[in-house]
Design a protein around this ligand. Structure first.
Ligand code: HEC
Ligand code: HEC
Ligand code: HEC
Ligand code: HEC
Length: 512
């Protein structure tokens, strides 16, 4: 009798607990459903402001906001002092840092010494195209002004219009929240390569293609057109060089075919191609890309919060989220897998540094050959070797994560880069000997200050000009954007001075 009663008691207690927890989760689910079935009223201009999305999608918004946590500046010119030699005569020799969280995209771009110190909307040095992968506002302006018009003029022209950092409207439709791309160049690139457009692609493919809008190789294609006032103009339109294949060889062939050169190296007079960041292309050649794993699978893992499952929008290094990013597919321990990734990094770095050293020496030895009388005709094949070698080296490393995304392709390109650099240097030994120079040793470029000097740069002057710009024109841009209602600067604190030079001024920016 007693035991029957006990069983009955236990059963009913269990039933009560189960039912109450069930109704709790039903209520929670109902709340979720109501929230999600409300059609977001993020219409028109509002959709470009990230803070407007918060009330409809609080979890995605708050995780997106956390990209702020990755704000540290890693000065790559300091880490790799060969770089100012390789990029002498080009903006990257001035300032180049490792990528940070999406929260900072506008600030990184505005603070970079590469974008200079414009004094009004017509002064340079950079074109409007430099905003392209920084903000959802770019889609708004292309729609408003037309694509060619948007890609005409100087970067400063849109300083007060482009303030919202990479966000919701870059990747989502403002009414349905479905994945979308809000700029025309991705589909044009895919079509030139004979691939499916974004809209024709599968859902899983779209989970990578939204990233390919920015994490890809591109150049600014000079495009002639007649503007609304009947004036002849030249636009610099962001274009993917994909028509001859999505690999280093195909893109080099394309650039040679259309006669494109990004800059002429100031030290060696080599016509150089600067790789941007072929992250998507590299990923597609790696094992994860080939097995259909998408960028979002690792960088935006699903997260469970009560009964709600959502995509983590804190885009970051997936080694910080291995339990959710890797473990759904892998059986090894996290430590073991982390060790394998680290090993790939070490292997890449060894060849990476050898390639940069050889390329930098090739530039400096070419300068010596020029100094003692070697002609352009004699240096033609040397410069061709340097151009190809530098392109392959840059292609291998410029997207930052490729040593993991596609390790074989990285090592292949770095080996070829070394081969081309050494071919140039062997020819240079002969050429220098012809002009009576034996055993020439290139000048010391072992730290950033030395190599920026060799590249003819005056660091202090650039910093002073940038700080003046930040005190004046940049403040005006923020004031105008707030007043026009296209930006809400109060919602995004902590985006001001941090840069590779901020530690030099250390809060004394007004004094300088
Ligand atoms: C860089 C591109 C990108 C940005 C920026 C972005 N998202 Fe997403 N978002 C994605 C991807 C990829 C998914 C996964 C979609 C899928 O598989 O259906 C996603 C999923 C979602 C979903 C569907 C539910 C879920 O969590 O899987 C919502 C809602 C959403 N995002 C809202 C936002 C909001 C709000 C913002 C701005 C704060 C934002 N997203 C910014 C790429 C982005
Ligand atoms: C609108 C252009 C754009 C889109 C779309 C975009 N990115 Fe980015 N991404 C950037 C830029 C620019 C940076 C560098 C920001 C900086 O340094 O201030 C960056 C940085 C990153 C970083 C480095 C973050 C860190 O904390 O170090 C990762 C990882 C990343 N992106 C992954 C992705 C993935 C995955 C997607 C697609 C789901 C994506 N991005 C979509 C432009 C974009
Ligand atoms: C299989 C998982 C995985 C996939 C898929 C993946 N990544 Fe990564 N990604 C990583 C890991 C791990 C790292 C970090 C390596 C490191 O630096 O330790 C990384 C690094 C990066 C970085 C450099 C971040 C930095 O601060 O240096 C960027 C940018 C990036 N990935 C973008 C992408 C894009 C874009 C795609 C799709 C085209 C993609 N990733 C696909 C795992 C992945
Ligand atoms: C959606 C599933 C999936 C996810 C998520 C995933 N992987 Fe993989 N990974 C694979 C597949 C599939 C292979 C290919 C090997 C195979 O088929 O067994 C692979 C192979 C690898 C390899 C060996 C290949 C090589 O390049 O040496 C490493 C290392 C690896 N993954 C690390 C990671 C890490 C680290 C993460 C998280 C940041 C991750 N993977 C996330 C599916 C995944």
């Amino acid at each position: 009798m007693k035991s029957k009663f006990t069983i009955l008691l236990i059963v009913s207690v269990v039933a009560i607990i189960t039912m109450s927890s069930l109704s709790g989760s039903i209520n929670e689910k109902k709340e979720q459903k109501v929230a999600l079935s409300q059609t977001p009223e993020i219409d028109g201009e509002k959709q470009y402001k990230n803070d407007e999305w918060e009330r409809y999608y609080p979890r995605q918004y708050s995780s997106w906001l956390k990209t702020k946590e990755s704000g540290e500046i890693l000065d790559l010119l300091e880490a790799y002092p060969q770089l100012p030699i390789l990029w002498a005569g080009y903006g990257f020799a001035k300032d180049y840092n490792a990528p940070r969280g999406h929260y900072y995209a506008i600030q990184s771009n505005t603070n970079s010494l590469r974008t200079g110190a414009p004094v009004d909307d017509k002064t340079g040095p950079m074109p409007t195209a430099c905003w392209t992968c920084k903000s959802p506002d770019v889609g708004r302006l292309i729609e408003r002004d037309g694509e060619n018009e948007f890609f005409t003029g100087k970067w400063a022209r849109y300083g007060s219009e482009i303030k919202n950092s990479i966000g919701c409207a870059n990747c989502h439709n403002n009414v349905t929240a479905e994945l979308r791309v809000n700029v025309p160049h991705l589909n044009r690139g895919l079509q030139a390569a004979g691939l499916k457009t974004f809209e024709e692609s599968t859902h899983q493919e779209k989970r990578s293609l939204v990233c390919a809008t920015c994490h890809s190789e591109y150049y600014f294609k000079k495009t002639k057109y007649t503007d609304a006032n009947g004036k002849e103009q030249v636009a610099k339109v962001v274009t993917y060089p994909w028509a001859d294949g999505l690999h280093a060889e195909g893109m080099e062939k394309y650039y040679d075919r259309v006669g494109h050169t990004d800059f002429v190296n100031k030290i060696s007079k080599t016509p150089v191609l600067k790789t941007q960041h072929p992250g998507y292309e590299m990923h597609m050649t790696g094992i994860h890309g080939q097995k259909g794993v998408a960028c979002a699978d690792c960088h935006m893992p699903y997260t469970q919060e009560g009964s709600v499952k959502y995509s983590d929008h804190q885009l970051q290094n997936p080694l910080n989220t291995m339990d959710r990013s890797c473990m759904p597919c892998h059986r090894e321990s996290e430590d073991k897998l982390r060790g394998i990734v680290h090993q790939k990094y070490v292997r890449k770095t060894q060849l990476h540094i050898v390639a940069m050293d050889n390329l930098a020496k090739a530039h400096l030895e070419t300068a010596k050959a020029m100094e003692v009388g070697a002609t352009d005709a004699e240096l033609k094949s040397v410069r061709q070797e340097i151009r190809t070698g530098q392109w392959k080296w840059d292609y291998a490393v410029a997207s930052h994560g490729a040593f993991f995304h596609a390790p074989e392709e990285v090592l292949r390109n770095l080996s070829l880069a070394n081969e081309h650099a050494m071919q140039a240097r062997i020819q240079l030994v002969g050429l220098l000997a012809k002009y009576g120079v034996m055993n020439y040793a290139a000048p010391d470029f072992s730290d950033k200050a030395l190599s920026q000097k060799l590249a003819g740069l005056d660091f202090d002057k650039m910093v002073d000009a940038k700080l003046e710009f930040k005190r004046t024109l940049e403040k005006e841009w923020i004031r105008i954007a707030d007043a026009n209602g296209t930006y809400n600067s109060k919602a995004f604190p902590g985006t001001d001075i941090e840069s590779a030079f901020s530690k030099e001024v250390n809060g004394e920016q007004v004094k300088r």
